[in-house]
Design a binder for this molecule. Structure first.
Ligand code: SF4
Ligand code: SF4
Length: 98
């Protein structure tokens, strides 16, 4: 599903390549093909395509990925604007999100 982009530069996804062991799990589980492998380590080359589902962080055995599930989607941002609070889509949790 690469090609779907959200607002640029707002995704909370963070990758610490120093911790990455190159197992490839994040490439396997990411539904938006955010990662690619470069020099034996993951690279988040399409960060703006991240929908913050949290699957990569959950499946990374090295703890190299962090992401705040759901806070970067457009619905969450607009909800935050309207309520004056932090971005949250108020959907009830990651399993229902996006
Ligand atoms: S949070 Fe989801 S969409 Fe974003 S990089 Fe991780 S697996 Fe991909
Ligand atoms: S899941 Fe973690 S350790 Fe495995 S390739 Fe991705 S970032 Fe690296």
């Amino acid at each position: 599903m690469r090609g779907l982009l959200y607002l640029p530069g707002v995704a909370t996804l963070r990758l610490d390549r120093d911790l990455c062991s190159g197992c490839g799990a994040c490439l396997t589980v990411c539904p938006h093909a955010v990662f690619e492998m470069e020099s034996g380590k993951a690279l988040d080359s399409a960060r703006d395509a991240c929908m913050e589902c949290g699957a990569c962080a959950l499946n990374c055995p090295a703890g190299a990925i962090s992401v705040s599930p759901g806070v970067g989607c457009a619905r969450a941002i607009i909800h935050g604007w309207l309520t004056g609070g932090e971005p949250s889509c108020d959907c009830g949790g990651p399993s229902d999100c996006c």
